[in-house]
Design a protein around this ligand. Structure first.
Ligand code: FMN
Length: 174
């Protein structure tokens, strides 16, 4: 069974916390944690099962000339990867109270990048159980990855991650 590459950023804070939670639930022998800030996209070539962890900190920080998220440099290498046969699942940190109209938007922004590749995106999540008004992370009535709100619903994170992983292992073909 090949290991899962869990690429995440920012390294510290809630995205990192959930990365370590996923690692503990999948099993440390089954997943490798890779903070994107310290790596080039070519690191993706070592894996065919991938998890990407992001947070939403405003669209200008994500895809403008500002270039100040951990993902900026990493994303520039996406075009050089052979995505064929790769499965990618995403989780996204957000705050549904402060940003109800942009809840976990980064799931959508990352999905838009992946849609241009041959990667198969897996790990979609039902919207039931989440409160929000609008989200670019929702397409066709479901979240494109697992939303996590550590700011307001930290008590729900453990169950949300567990439920998502139990579906994900099937989609990854474990
Ligand atoms: C400046 C700023 C902008 C944010 N914008 C959004 C947003 O548009 N949508 C959202 O769901 N959360 C937003 N958040 C909340 C963060 O995504 C959330 O706090 C997340 O847990 C941060 O994780 P991190 O510390 O690992 O980056 C924002 C937070 C900050 C500080």
């Amino acid at each position: 069974m090949s290991r899962v590459g869990l690429f995440y950023g920012p390294e510290l804070g809630s995205v990192g916390k959930v990365a370590r939670l996923i690692e503990s639930k999948l099993g440390t022998d089954k997943v490798e944690l890779i903070p994107v800030k310290n790596y080039e996209a070519s690191e993706l070539n070592r894996f065919d099962k991938l998890i990407f962890g992001v947070s939403t900190i405003g669209k200008t920080n994500w895809d403008s000339e500002h270039k100040d998220t951990d993902w900026d440099n990493f994303l520039t290498g996406f075009g050089d990867i052979n995505w064929s046969g790769k499965k990618v699942a995403m989780y996204g940190l957000g705050d549904h109270v402060q940003y109800p109209q942009h809840f976990v938007d980064a799931l959508g922004w990352l999905y838009d990048r992946l849609e241009k590749t041959e990667a198969e995106v897996v790990g979609f999540c039902p919207v039931e159980g989440y409160t929000y008004e609008e989200s670019e992370g929702v397409r066709d009535g479901q979240f494109l990855g697992l939303p996590v709100d550590e700011d307001n619903e930290a008590d729900k994170t453990d169950v949300r991650v567990s439920n998502w992983i139990s579906r994900l292992v099937n989609e990854f073909g474990y």
